[in-house]
Design a protein around this ligand. Structure first.
Ligand code: NAD
Length: 345
């Protein structure tokens, strides 16, 4: 065996109720006196009860998917005006992403309290969108110093969004099997994560108010995002990156729709990875297992339904073929990319 594995320093607290019982102590560990909350209006109520005893300096509540540069600039100005010394992100990947944009320019530490399964909180990856083009980069300053994973906070996430977000997490697992920095440590994390997600998501679907399914799903989301942080963006992420940036499609739903088509494309060229994924999913065949899971949880299945105009498929295919990573188990021509997009459409 020969491999390289990068891990990052981060403190993680996991458990139902921990956002309420542990947040103040975790903020105090950073010696913070002026906390700037970054949370969408939908998280305001949740955030207000969590921050009641914290030394708050202000709030950024303009939070949008893929972090438009004007949103990032406004949040950065708010951090300066308020003299913030710590960023507290409460919400999904959009809230975390907005806090990351501020940390990128200011170096302020982030404490993240995720309320979806997006996983941004464990990656040093930032993203900004300017004029329909999404730019991403890696910078350890944006990696939250502490994450509090409280499955109870995900109970309010509507079931359709929960399923899409959980499948976004599963995409982190699957794509890390052939990502540019693939390595056995991240593969082990990805497979354990896939197992937890395949167990958790049907339970979330059947009973969204039960903590057991939420806990498994959040645990899987955490591990899957770690695998993604280590292994990098494979073909699946390149496709979703193009679609998300250029056509403003919803992030989690786009990942959910595209994943089975990337697996179908790559599995024949990566039989060992596909077999290991099948074992993690407790099934003889990974593609069939994914299909059964999608049916069980009523997953989103169509890019058309997400609002992608059909006449944009060829230009998207060209962008994808350009971006496909050399680590992919098989080459990706423009015609291949178009076929994947058409199938997902
Ligand atoms: P999101 O943060 O936009 O949340 C989706 C919707 O759910 C929003 O309307 C939000 O207000 C609502 N919501 C969130 N938590 C809720 C809760 N508990 N109860 C009720 N409503 C809730 O979407 P997301 O899928 O979590 O994140 C997507 C963004 O994250 C994208 O911009 C994506 O690029 C980014 N992302 C980045 C990374 C990374 O490594 N940098 C990884 C994953 C995602």
């Amino acid at each position: 065996m020969i491999f390289e594995h990068q891990s990052y320093t981060q403190r993680v607290v996991f458990g139902a109720g921990t956002a309420r019982t542990r947040l103040a102590a975790e903020v105090e560990r950073h010696g913070a006196h002026r906390v700037l909350l970054v949370a969408a209006p939908s998280a305001r109520e949740q955030a207000a009860s969590l921050t009641a005893s914290l030394p708050m300096a202000g709030v950024v509540d303009e939070v949008r998917m893929h972090v438009p540069v004007e949103v990032a600039d406004a949040a950065r100005r708010r951090a300066e005006e308020t003299g913030a010394d710590l960023l507290l992100a409460v919400g999904g990947g959009s809230a975390t992403g907005t806090a990351k944009a501020v940390a990128l320019s200011s170096g302020l530490p982030i404490v993240a309290v995720p309320t979806t399964y997006a996983g941004s909180e464990v990656t040093p990856v930032w993203g900004l969108t300017d004029d329909g083009r999404k730019t991403t980069g890696v910078d350890e300053r944006v990696l939250p110093r502490t994450v509090i994973y409280d499955p109870a906070l995900t109970l309010s996430l509507p079931v359709e969004m929960s399923i899409a977000s959980g499948l976004n997490a599963l995409a982190h697992c699957v794509d890390s099997l052939w990502a540019p920095r693939v390595n056995p440590v991240d593969t082990a994390l990805a497979l354990e994560a896939a197992h937890a997600l395949a167990e958790g998501l049907p339970r979330v679907h059947a009973d969204p108010a039960a903590l057991e399914g939420r806990s498994s799903t959040l645990y899987g989301a955490y591990l899957g995002a770690l695998a993604f942080a280590g292994a990098g963006s494979g073909l699946h992420h390149k496709i979703c990156h193009v679609l998300g940036g250029a056509y403003d499609l919803p992030h989690a739903q786009t990942h959910a729709v595209v994943l089975p088509h990337v697996l179908a494309f790559n599995a024949p060229a990566a039989p060992r990875e596909a077999a290991r994924l099948a074992r993690a999913l407790d099934a003889p065949d990974a593609r069939a297992a994914l299909d059964a899971l999608y049916t069980a949880v009523e997953a989103p299945r169509s890019l058309r339904a997400l609002g992608l105009p059909e006449d944009r498929l060829p230009e998207a295919a060209a962008l994808i073929a350009e971006a496909a990573p050399p680590s992919n188990p098989r080459p990706v021509t423009e015609a291949d990319a178009l076929a994947i997009l058409k199938a997902a459409f």
